[in-house]
Design a binder for this molecule. Structure first.
Ligand SMILES: O=P(O)(O)OC[C@H]1O[C@@H](O)[C@H](O)[C@@H](O)[C@@H]1O
Length: 246
């Protein structure tokens, strides 16, 4: 591989858990108030994990047969609209992030160090509009020149995961064909996105979804921690034209 396209939440940083708790803080009381089946941890993995914020709201509400107006991105967190509910969850996420901070997974940083040392290009591909602040809080912001996050996707009209388009855009920005890039994902929607494109390899990181599920959705390799892959890395030939090399 000549490029690695890393998901953020759950792959580089343990913030999938922060998102998971924030969604539970939103939907546990909300579903109870609406007399719907209670919110469970499995709902996060099935309907929300890895998707853009408002797609997660739509998907979960659809699972319970609840319909609310779309509203606007500017809706206050108190509004019972798709956007208001998403904004309510975002408040909970930012409160936790501010209270607890975030430390990257050491094994993921070790793998990132190794792929960069081997000459590979790297990008972050996250559905989250909070990706820049999470990267900064984890001390990883200066490691990635290419970040295709939820804000970039919304700005450019790129469909979110499980569509492969955000990963494809990152490969393009790295100047690499998708077939030369690995997708690294922990979420069902993210592995589906990798499998839906023409990528060199889809690496699943099992943070709770389960090895069998990730494989069935299209992961070529599944690891518990990314540093398991370091012994398999090979130096990447420098394909920069001679006259452009430093
Ligand atoms: O609400 P945000 O920060 O834009 O994030 C959207 C989604 O981003 C993904 O990276 C997370 O896996 C999801 O849990 C989250 O809902």
């Amino acid at each position: 591989m000549r490029g690695y396209l890393f998901d953020l939440d759950g792959v580089l940083t343990p913030t999938a858990t922060v998102h998971m708790h924030a969604w539970a803080r939103l939907f546990t009381p909300y579903l109870a108030q609406h007399g719907a089946a209670p919110y469970e941890e499995g709902d996060y993995f099935s309907y929300i994990d890895g998707k853009p914020r408002y797609d997660g709201v739509r998907s979960l509400l659809e699972s319970r047969g609840i319909h609310v107006p779309e509203g606007e991105v500017t809706d206050p967190p108190t509004a019972d609209t798709v956007h208001g509910l998403g904004n309510r969850k975002n408040e909970a996420f930012n409160e936790t992030l501010a209270d607890e901070g975030v430390a990257a997974y050491p094994a993921s940083v070790a793998f990132l160090d190794a792929v960069q040392a081997s000459g590979c290009r790297v990008a972050v591909v996250s559905s989250s509009k909070n990706a820049p602040s999470v990267l900064a809080a984890a001390g990883l912001a200066d490691r990635f020149g290419v970040v295709v996050d939820g804000a970039v996707a919304a700005r450019d009209g790129i469909p979110g995961k499980p569509a492969p388009d955000t990963f494809e855009r990152a490969a393009e920005l790295l100047g690499l064909p998708t077939t030369a890039c690995a997708v690294v994902e922990d979420a069902e929607s993210g592995v589906k996105a990798g499998a839906a494109g023409e990528f060199g390899v889809v690496i699943g990181v099992d943070r709770g979804v389960g090895r069998e599920v990730l494989e069935a959705l299209g992961a070529d390799i599944v690891v518990d921690e990314l540093d398991e892959l370091i012994p398999l890395l090979r130096p990447t030939p420098d394909d920069t034209p001679r006259e452009e090399r430093a």
